[in-house]
Every structure is written in structure tokens, then in C-alpha cells.
Design a protein around this ligand. Structure first.
Ligand code: S3P
Length: 178
């Protein structure tokens, strides 16, 4: 657990970042339930904007196109959204001025911890199939290595999520963010 700078951000949003499968969506939903805040997910926003799944966007248009949509989404969030829990795609941390959207919380886990979490999930196949960058384990591991430091550098708060229940993680988060 690490806290870097003042948490009373002007937009009062909480932005969850971290690698694919670490549990950003799960933690966002638990946090939303507990705090009664509203929630948004950048991948969901992009899918509804495009009216197609992320996987299909990657297949039809390529990754660069998807990254542009992430940037567009970030600008819109910064301008329009307050008091919200925002879960993001694993590459969203790269958008310009992420810090302007809200307090950045990095959900931290080892790569092995993420694989374990995904494999234990009842819909494991689905979780892997919908993530184009997670299909090849070796490539995913390299991507994880390439990103780890950047995730930490972007974060206002780092929470170690490995082997912890969503409930415990959310309680820790609420304590820090108060
Ligand atoms: C990506 C992560 C995905 C999704 C896209 C790219 C990434 O989101 O945005 O497949 O670059 O790490 P999740 O982190 O929710 O899997």
C-alpha cells in the first residue's frame, strides 16, 4: 500500500489501473456497491461507442485504432465526469494526462497471481478469449514486464491485491481514500 500525493482531486473520480485480469472490474463493482458511487468502464464505453466488442475492434481495425479511442475516452472523462469510479483497460494508463481524470489507484499483483486468478474463474475461457493481448502467455508476460514500472509511476495509490478478497481490497481502499 502506497500513497503518493493528495487525494482530493478536483474531479473526485477514482481511476483503477492495472494489468489485464487483475480485477479492476471486480473491484470497481464492489467499490460502487459499497460507496453508492456511479461507475464507468473505459472498455465498455468504447464498445458502446463503436457498437462492437474490443476483440472485434482489434481484429478489424488494429491496436492503434483502439488506442486512439482510449485517448478520446480519456479526454471526455476529464471534461465531463465527476464523483465516479472508473475502471480502465490494461493499456489505458498510457493516455495523456491520466492524472487529470482523478485519483489513480494501481491494483498490483504478480503475473503469476493474475494467471491464477483468471484460471480459477468459472468463466476462465471467456475471460481469456475476449482479451486479444492475453491469448499468448509468453507475449502477455513480456507485456506485463514492460508495463509494471509505468503502472507504479502513474499511481497515486498502490494496492497489493494478490490473494486478497474483493471485500478486503475495497475496505483498504476506502480507508486510504477517506
Ligand atoms: C488491454 C486490456 C483490455 C482491453 C484491451 C487492451 C491492454 O482491458 O482494453 O484488450 O492493453 O492491456 P482489461 O485490462 O480489462 O483486460
Amino acid at each position: 500500500m502506497k500513497q503518493k500525493r493528495m487525494l482530493h482531486h478536483k474531479n473526485q473520480n477514482i481511476v483503477l489501473i492495472g494489468f489485464m485480469g487483475v480485477g479492476k472490474g471486480t473491484i470497481a463493482r464492489a467499490l460502487i456497491k459499497k460507496t453508492k458511487a456511479f461507475g464507468l468502464d473505459t472498455d465498455d464505453m468504447i464498445e458502446s461507442m463503436e457498437n462492437r466488442k474490443i476483440k472485434v475492434i482489434f481484429e478489424d481495425e488494429g491496436e492503434a485504432y483502439f488506442r486512439k479511442l482510449e485517448k478520446k475516452t480519456a479526454k471526455w472523462l476529464e471534461k465531463n465526469v465527476k464523483n465516479c469510479v472508473i475502471s480502465t483497460g490494461g493499456g489505458f494508463y498510457k493516455v495523456d494526462h491520466l492524472e487529470k481524470i482523478g485519483t489513480i489507484v494501481y491494483l498490483k499483483s504478480s503475473f503469476e497471481g493474475i494467471l491464477k486468478r483468471l484460471r480459477e474463474h468459472e468463466k476462465a475461457d471467456l475471460k481469456l478469449a475476449k482479451r486479444p493481448l492475453l491469448c499468448d502467455e509468453e507475449k502477455a508476460k513480456q507485456l506485463f514486464k514492460d508495463r509494471v514500472e509505468a503502472y507504479e509511476a502513474k499511481a497515486d495509490v498502490i494496492i497489493d491485491v494478490e490473494n486478497k478478497s474483493a471485500k478486503k481490497i475495497v475496505n483498504e481502499l476506502i480507508k486510504i481514500l477517506q
